[in-house]
Design a protein around this ligand. Structure first.
Ligand SMILES: [Zn+2]
Length: 318
C-alpha cells in the first residue's frame, strides 16, 4: 500500500507528534498517535490503514479532554478499526497467473495450466507445481480474465478429494459413517455437522497446513458422537487427534488469512499466454510473481464466530 506521507503538506513548525498513547475502549486497548498543532482549535480523529488512529488537537489541549473525545467516539473508532482489519483479511493477496505461487496445504507451488483429456476442471500438485487441468476446448479458448474462476473451481475439486480422504480416515477411527459430505465456500465457517451426520467443509481448509485441516475434520466428525462442545466432545477430538489444541490455535490466529485467496481480481492477474504465444512456446511460463506475506495476519476477522444454529455447529465458539 502506498504511503501517503509525501503527499501531505509539511506540518507546521509548531506541530508536535507523540506516539505510544493508549486508551481503553469497550475493553480493548487501542493505540493512537497524538498530533498537536497551534493551528487547530478542535480535536479531530483520523483512522487510516497506514497509521491506525491519529488524534489531532490544539497545542495546549489536556489529555483529559482528548480522552473524553475518544470515549465519546469509542464505538465509531472500534467499528472503523474492525472494518479495516476485515478489509485486510479479504484483500486479494494472490495474483493468479501461470507460474505465480499459490497456496496448498501450508506451502506454495507455482501454478501450471494444462489441457486435459476429459471435460472437467481439475487440480492437483504434480512435479513441484500446482497443475490446473482444463478441458481441451476451455484451454484453447481460455479467457485470461476467467483464469481466477477456473483456479477456484480447481481448488474446490481438489479440496473434495483431499477432505474425503481425511474424513474416511477419521471416520474409521471414530467408528461412525457420515451420511453425506459437501465442500462449500462458506464465508465464516470452516465446517459443520448435522445430527444426521451430514458434513460440510470449507474448501479453503486445503490452503492451511495439513494438521489444521485434520483438526477441523476430527472436530466435525466428533460431533457425530457429541452434538455439543462439552468436555465429552473434546475428549473425542483428543482421541482422534492428540495435540489438537495447537492446530485449533493456528486456525483462530491465521484462519482469516486463508480468505486472502478469493474471487476479487488482482492487478497482476491472468498473464495467461495467448493462443499464439502458446503455439510458439507451449511450455513457457510467466516468471513467478512476488508475493506478500499472507498467512500471518493478526486481525480479528475470524471465520466461524457466528452463534451455533440448531443442528449445524460452527467451528469456533466451543
Ligand atoms: Zn463444533
Amino acid at each position: 500500500m502506498q504511503d501517503n506521507h509525501d503527499q501531505k503538506a509539511p506540518r507546521s513548525a509548531h506541530a508536535a507528534e507523540t506516539d505510544g498513547h493508549e486508551v481503553l475502549l469497550g475493553g480493548e486497548r487501542v493505540a493512537y498517535r497524538l498530533r498537536r498543532s497551534t493551528r487547530r482549535r478542535t480535536i479531530g480523529l483520523v483512522i487510516s490503514a497506514e497509521e491506525g488512529l491519529v488524534v489531532r488537537c490544539p497545542r495546549r489541549c489536556s489529555m483529559a479532554r482528548v480522552e473524553t473525545v475518544l470515549h465519546e467516539k469509542g464505538r465509531w473508532i472500534l467499528r472503523k478499526l474492525r472494518q479495516m482489519a476485515q478489509a485486510r483479511a479479504t484483500r486479494p493477496e494472490w495474483p493468479i497467473a501461470p507460474g505465480a505461487p499459490l497456496p496448498l496445504l501450508g506451502s506454495e507451488l507455482p501454478l501450471r495450466v494444462e489441457a486435459g483429456r476429459g471435460s472437467g476442471t481439475g487440480m492437483a500438485p504434480r512435479d513441484g507445481a500446482l497443475v490446473l487441468t482444463l478441458s481441451p476446448t476451455l484451454y484453447r479458448r481460455l479467457d485470461p480474465a476467467r483464469l481466477r474462476g477456473h483456479v477456484l473451481e480447481g481448488y474446490r475439486a481438489l479440496a473434495a478429494d483431499i477432505i474425503a480422504a481425511r474424513v474416511a480416515h477419521f471416520a474409521a477411527l471414530l467408528g461412525k459413517t457420515p451420511r453425506s459430505l459437501n465442500i462449500r465456500a462458506q464465508r465464516r465457517r470452516w465446517g459443520s455437522c448435522s445430527a444426521r451426520g451430514d458434513l460440510q467443509f470449507n474448501w479453503r481448509l486445503v490452503l492451511a497446513p495439513p494438521l489444521v485441516l485434520d483438526y477441523v475434520v476430527a472436530h466435525e466428525l466428533s460431533h457425530m458422537r457429541e452434538l455439543n462442545h462439552s468436555p465429552r466432545f473434546w475428549a473425542w477430538v483428543a482421541r482422534l487427534m492428540p495435540g489438537y489444541a495447537e492446530h485449533k490455535a493456528w486456525l483462530a490466529r491465521h484462519g482469516a488469512g486463508l480468505f486472502a485467496l478469493n474471487e476479487t481480481p488482482h492487478p497482476r492477474d491472468a498473464a495467461a499466454p495467448t493462443e499464439a504465444a502458446r503455439a510458439l512456446a507451449p511450455q513457457r511460463e510467466a516468471p513467478p510473481q512476488p508475493v506478500t506475506p499472507h498467512m500471518g495476519m493478526d486481525n480479528s476477522f475470524a471465520a466461524g464466530q457466528q452463534p451455533h444454529q440448531q443442528l449445524t455447529l460452527a467451528l469456533q465458539g466451543g
